[in-house]
Design a protein. Structure first.
Length: 304
């Protein structure tokens, strides 16, 4: 899609440099190719420009002028558009693409592999639900559109997979709901216990749960999150939006992981921890706010 279409949607947006895009998104850790994103300040504008997956950026004139001579901003093929409110215009344009065009449309497909067992009281969307072989869906499960579930995975009663996530933007004293057009991809031999909730992606991508991962009851996974293989997630854990969790990670009961956090492979988040910054691979963190586990124990000893 031509960046000029953004100018047609919002006349106040000025296209400084033409460009094309095929996707929208804001997570620079692993963007889809040819992505349109937004940047509200100079530092993030340069970070966006440095990402090879980004082909077009909506930003402010002040940020653009501050970075205009930087070689990152002048790479071939990078489109730039200027706005007084790039974040709001980006999400309003995304809503327009989702609701008024076929930009995000997926091929309509449903399918079930061999040996699936789906309870009569489960609710599955009529389009784009793909079940692998020997998938078990228990009573009262709801599965929305754009969900795929791998072989030998079990979903226990009351779990909801593929609902919209919690994303709103403030505009003129009102809250604007942001469309969720993505999906959920669940791997092979996953087990998700009762009354869990996994939100679908905002954009064309999927919220992902890796092979062999296991959830206890009442786990929440926010939109755009990606969880690796063979992870264990304890009861009542809340993993919010755009979190990336590596392989073989332990997330303890009642732990909370804030949005846009990366937890490295084989790390451990102990029970009740509140994680607000990235966790290196192999590290165990504890506390509110979570710090390296041995430091947390030393602190506890110091106050007892």
């Amino acid at each position: 899609m031509d960046l000029q279409s953004l100018n047609s949607f919002a006349p106040s947006v000025h296209v400084e440099r033409p460009g094309n895009f095929e996707n929208c998104g804001f997570d620079l850790r692993n963007p889809l190719p040819h992505t349109l994103t937004y940047a509200g300040n100079a530092a993030f504008l340069l970070a966006c420009a440095a990402s090879t997956g980004v082909s077009a950026i909506l930003t402010t004139r002040a940020a653009y002028e501050e970075c205009a001579k930087n070689e990152l901003l002048n790479r071939a093929g990078l489109g730039l558009a200027l706005s007084l409110r790039p974040r709001i215009d980006f999400f309003l344009f995304h809503n327009f693409l989702a609701q008024e065009t076929d930009f995000y449309q997926r091929r309509q497909a449903c399918g079930r592999g061999e040996g699936c067992r789906v309870s009569a009281s489960a609710s599955l969307a009529e389009s784009n639900v793909l079940l692998g072989n020997r998938v078990v869906i228990h009573e009262g499960v709801h599965i929305g559109a754009n969900v795929s579930i791998g072989d030998d995975t079990t979903i226990w009663p009351g779990t909801v997979i593929g609902n919209d996530g919690f994303q709103f933007e403030r505009l003129d004293g009102k809250l604007i709901k942001i469309a969720h057009v993505g999906g959920v991809s669940i791997g092979r031999e996953v087990e998700i216990k009762s009354n869990c909730c996994i939100d679908r992606h905002i954009f064309r991508d999927d919220t992902r749960i890796g092979d062999h991962t296991k959830f206890d009851n009442l786990v929440y996974v926010g939109h755009c999150t990606k969880i690796g293989r063979a992870c264990l997630v304890g009861a009542h854990a809340a993993i919010t939006g755009s979190v990336v969790i590596g392989d073989e990670v332990w997330v303890g009961p009642n732990a909370t992981i804030s949005s846009v956090i990366t937890v490295g492979g084989q790390a451990a988040v102990s029970l009740g921890s509140v994680v607000t910054r990235d966790v290196p691979p192999g590290q165990c963190v504890s506390g509110n706010f979570a710090i390296e586990h041995d430091r947390f124990l030393s602190y506890l000893r110091s106050i007892r």
